[in-house]
Design a binder for this molecule. Structure first.
Ligand code: ADP
Length: 488
């Protein structure tokens, strides 16, 4: 069982007070007893002397001066007179220890015989029984003992006084006990409450609650509370730091494993996509080896080998660009560019391709300045426009629009092409992802354009979004922070 410190302290104070009262009462009561004994012993000794003097005087006045004869004949009378003088009941014994007076008291008692034996040996002796004292003193005539005088003395008065003092101490002792508990409880209350509160604080810290309050008191308990508060704050900070580190570590591990699996997937895709054109080229070469005279085969082979090689070349270039963007801190040559000029330049380079597929181009260009790397911007726009051509329908249309909102410049490229299914709009930005592999391969795609666009845009502080995709075609929007014209 756990006893509270409050109870312990109160009990200690009470026990201390109680002990003091107990010791005090023992000393006082013993003192009273000794004092009372002194009092009645000296009083009775005086009465013994009085008896002897009175016996001597009485005997002097007698004709027959033999003490033995006197006691035998007039002993009873002498005892009665002595009683009147002294005011105490008297019993008279002769030198043989026989009672002369008529009032024997406790004559059959063994202890009184023992006392009498002492008194007959010229010694004063007494016996106390209940509230009575039987005092025996030798009756002497010169040096000779002629008998024994016994006084019956009442101790009631002494005992009543002693008992009243003892009772007083019992009352005081009880009061001290009760008051000690009560006052101790009150006195140690705040002190013990502080300790109990510290104990609870420590329990709370053990359970992981580190927010503690500080006590106002300036004593050691106040300092202890401050110390516990500081310690718990330190523990909290350390644990918080450790948790943060753990979180960072977990994120880093997650990122690493994600990168690892991305890289594995990337390499798998590269191998697969490179193999397809190479297999096709190898097949044509094998056929040519078998039928070297076949002019038709030669013509088809040249066309196909050329287109597969172009695709392969395009792929190699894009893969290299992508991995370079991933691996190195790509050195961008950021400069202020007027967007329309750049678009005009790129659109002009694509005129031939647009005509080839009979695609109409509509432009709605507003002047806008951005800070960008010219080559990267070219990659972004060429790939977006290239897709708009590749995935367009016959006699389709491409609309290029630039506009400014707030401090941003937007380029929107929309086409009337085949569109992208809604559930795949996020996937198309992943490397090597193609909605329809056959169609993409037919048009020379390998699923790398949009990931290159995304990477390059983000590297220059911009973003790319698939705005719309459906039966009417597809619309992409690239956004960059705008730059004021006067700024360089
Ligand atoms: P690809 O080199 O195959 O064009 P991209 O990364 O540029 O690779 O595009 C990924 C896929 O997204 C393409 O294979 C195609 O299916 C789809 N896609 C991209 N742009 C368009 C578009 N304008 N219209 C329809 N589909 C598109």
């Amino acid at each position: 069982m756990r006893i509270s410190i409050k109870i312990k302290l109160s009990m200690f104070l009470t026990a201390l007070l109680f002990l003091v009262v107990l010791l005090l009462s023992l000393f006082v009561l013993r003192g009273i007893k000794a004092n009372q004994q002194d009092q009645y012993e000296s009083y009775l000794a005086r009465q013994g002397k009085t008896a002897n003097t009175y016996f001597f005087q009485t005997l002097l006045m007698e004709a027959n001066k033999s003490p033995g004869t006197f006691l035998e004949n007039k002993g009873q009378d002498f005892a009665e007179k002595l009683e009147l003088i002294i005011g105490l009941p008297v019993v008279l014994y002769n030198e043989s220890g026989e009672i002369i007076s008529k009032k024997p008291v406790l004559s059959n008692n063994e202890s009184i015989s023992e006392t009498l034996k002492h008194a007959l040996d010229k010694k004063t002796a007494y016996l106390t029984k209940d509230s009575s004292l039987y005092y025996m003193t030798p009756l002497l005539m010169g040096d000779d003992q002629v008998g024994v005088v016994q006084y019956n003395y009442s101790l009631t008065e002494y005992q009543v006084f002693y008992e009243s003092i003892r009772h007083m101490f019992v009352v005081i002792g009880t009061a001290v006990f009760v008051l000690g508990l009560l006052l101790g409880n009150i006195y140690y209350n705040s002190f013990a409450n502080n300790i109990i509160s510290l104990d609870k604080t420590v329990d709370r810290i053990k359970d992981g609650h580190y927010d503690t309050s500080v006590m106002r008191s300036r004593d050691e308990i106040g300092r202890l509370s401050l110390g516990i508060h500081h310690m718990s704050q330190k523990i909290k900070e350390t644990i918080h730091g450790m948790e943060e580190e753990q979180k960072k570590l977990r994120l880093a591990v997650d990122k690493l494993s994600r990168l690892d699996s991305q890289q594995k997937q990337f390499i798998g895709n590269v191998t697969h996509e490179f193999k397809t054109p190479l297999t096709s080229i190898k097949a044509y070469l094998d056929l040519l080896e078998m039928y070297p005279e076949d002019d038709g085969l030669l013509e088809t082979s040249i066309i196909n080998i050329k287109s597969e090689t172009d695709r392969l070349y395009d792929m190699v270039e894009k893969v290299l660009q992508l991995s370079a963007l991933d691996k190195y801190d790509f050195e961008l040559n950021m400069e202020k560019l007027e967007l329309n000029q750049e678009l005009e330049r790129i659109l002009n380079s694509l005129r031939g391709k647009l005509d080839k597929f009979s695609i109409r181009l509509i432009t709605e260009l507003t002047e806008g300045y951005i800070k960008a790397d010219k080559d990267s911007l070219t990659i972004i726009l060429i790939n977006l426009l290239d897709n708009a051509i590749k995935y367009n329908k016959a006699n389709g249309m491409i609309a290029v629009k630039t506009y400014e909102t707030g401090d941003e410049v937007h380029i929107e490229i929309s086409d009337t092409g085949i569109g992208i299914p809604k559930d795949l709009v996020d996937k198309v930005f992943e490397p090597f992802y193609m909605v329809d592999k056959n169609r993409s391969r037919e048009v020379g795609g390998a699923g790398l354009g949009l990931s290159l666009i995304k990477k390059n845009t983000e590297l220059m502080g911009g973003r790319v979004k698939l705005l719309y995709s459906g039966e009417e075609g597809t619309s992409f929007r690239v956004t960059f922070p705008s730059v004021q014209e006067r700024l360089k």
